[in-house]
Design a protein around this ligand. Structure first.
Ligand code: FES
Length: 98
């Protein structure tokens, strides 16, 4: 292995995991995750100029009942029940200067 040639200043992981309707863990991340991911990726890229990366993931182990799960690094902040309405606030946190 070797170090990657570049790395982001911060990275946000958005769960987009979809489950079958009959699954007891439901599919809130599958319902909300893709929209949060698309909106966040567009806005964060625009604001950070590519310094902050936005990545879609599978299950992060939180499985919220409403909205999706989002993890912010390097702060190791884990959020649940995230919806597209939270994208402006998340962008603000992710793109604030040093
Ligand atoms: S399905 Fe998203 S955290 Fe489990």
């Amino acid at each position: 292995m070797r170090p990657a040639p570049r790395a982001p200043s911060a990275q946000v992981y958005v769960c987009t995991n979809a489950r079958a309707p009959e699954d007891p863990l439901r599919s809130a991340c599958g319902e909300h995750g893709p929209g949060v991911f698309r909106a966040l990726k567009a806005e964060v890229f625009r604001r950070s100029g590519g310094r902050v990366w936005v990545t879609a993931t599978g299950c992060q182990g939180h499985c919220p009942r409403g909205g999706c799960a989002v993890a912010l690094q390097p702060s190791n902040t884990h959020l649940v029940d995230v919806t597209e309405g939270d994208v402006p606030a998340l962008t603000e946190v992710l793109c604030k200067g040093p």
